[in-house]
Design a protein. Structure first.
Length: 410
């Protein structure tokens, strides 16, 4: 019955806020709260959807999903308190589940699993769960103690405020330690996850570290400002923190899941391409007769040697391939190689290489075995170094986007 009351009040509040927006009566605080609860809705939908995906994502995404869930539950709890949607029963009124103490550790465990360093996460998980349970037991015990000693409402409030301040300082300190451990693991131990760097430049993790650092500063500021204030009656002190964590939910949900899937897809695609490399012969040759300016048989033979090398070794799959590196491999000067390609392929070096890459991508895009793999992972494993260069080159050679090509041909 109480759950039904909470839900009805929840949706009634949302309806009122929506009406206020339409009538331009909403304040800045109301707008922040609306963004806040929208982030909570997104977080809940994201976690529930991810748990029921047909395609299993493994441990890394499980911990990423748990992080989003814990941030969401923490924000939902804060919103319910701010809206006075809590029971008058003392154990519920003063109960605060410390979801925030789980958030950074979950990211750390996600990161080490993503980087194939999962053995390092065992102790962090054990300590985190122990700290979380200790906080809950302590809070229940203190509320029970206050009840047994017949504290007045003012005394209970003062008593629990003091405990909440101590709990938050300990939680912040622990979160800061895990954050520093994450930084050390990521920046000082890259030699242990060099294989992952073949598939992901990990810039998105660097961006998360930066955002997490900003949130820790905001959190510390809120703790300092809350000294001497009631945790239960001064929620505005924590508005910047809640807003930043709402942004974090959107960002890490999309970015982490997308990056993990691209990395896993690229691993499978690369294995498939390597098998093809062992079994396939030449895929196609340029038509020399299209260019009447062919100067000599020797030059034609040299271009054929270049073309055979590019095709049979599939060096176009290397996103860092350049005219200079190819010339060095073939023991030719860059200028001479460029002239050969311009003469016999009737195009410049970039388009010459990109044509092979597009052909490779087209084959995978129409292969039913790869129907569930992301288009960006196919583009990257075809030799392109970014989504934008892949889409631009694909449209240049086919006049349609990779999405349209897959839809029309798969």
């Amino acid at each position: 019955m109480y759950s039904f009351f909470i839900l009805s009040e929840f949706f009634s509040t949302l309806e009122v806020k929506a009406n206020d927006i339409m009538e331009n009566k909403i304040s800045l605080i109301d707008l922040i709260n609306l963004l806040f609860i929208t982030g909570v809705f997104y977080g809940l939908i994201f976690t529930v959807t991810l748990f029921f995906l047909k395609r299993k994502m493994g441990k890394p995404i499980l911990f990423l999903n748990l992080q989003v869930l814990f941030i969401t539950l923490n924000n939902l709890q804060a919103w319910l308190i701010d809206m006075n949607l809590v029971s008058s029963f003392v154990y519920i009124r003063y109960m605060r589940v410390p979801w925030y103490v789980l958030c950074m550790p979950m990211f750390y465990v996600f990161m080490v699993n993503y980087l194939k360093l999962s053995k390092r996460s065992f102790y962090v998980l054990r300590i985190t769960i122990g700290l979380f349970c200790t906080f809950i037991i302590l809070r229940i015990s203190l509320i029970y103690y206050a009840q047994q000693n017949q504290f007045s409402e003012v005394q209970i409030k003062y008593f629990m405020d003091n405990y909440s301040s101590i709990e938050e300082i300990v939680s912040y300190s622990y979160t800061l330690v895990i954050f520093l451990l994450s930084l050390t693991t990521f920046y000082k131990r890259q030699h242990l996850f060099y294989q992952v760097l073949e598939y992901d430049d990990l810039k998105w993790i660097k961006h998360f570290m930066n955002l997490a650092g900003v949130i820790l500063i905001i959190w510390l500021t809120a703790i300092i400002k809350s000294i001497g204030n009631s945790v239960f009656s001064s929620p505005e002190i924590y508005y910047p923190l809640r807003l930043s964590t709402t942004i974090l939910i959107y960002w890490i949900g999309f970015k982490g899941l997308f990056r993990f899937r691209v990395k896993e897809d690229r691993i499978v695609l690369r294995k498939s391409i390597r098998k093809q490399l062992k079994t396939e012969n030449k895929e196609f040759l340029w038509d020399h007769e299209q260019n009447p300016e062919i100067k000599s048989e020797k030059q034609r033979e040299q271009f054929d040697r270049v073309n055979d090398y590019v095709i049979n070794q599939k060096i176009y799959l290397d996103p860092f391939l350049s005219l200079d590196s190819l010339a060095l491999s073939l023991q030719l000067s860059s200028g001479y190689l460029s002239n050969l390609i311009n003469t016999f392929a009737d195009t410049h070096f970039t388009d010459y290489i990109n044509k092979f890459r597009i052909e490779q991508a087209k084959k995978m895009l129409i292969d039913k075995d790869f129907a569930d793999y992301t288009i960006i992972s196919i583009g990257l494993e075809s030799g392109f170094n970014s989504k934008s260069t892949f889409y631009k080159a694909f449209k240049k050679f086919t006049q349609i986007t990779p999405v349209e090509f897959r839809r029309n041909n798969l």
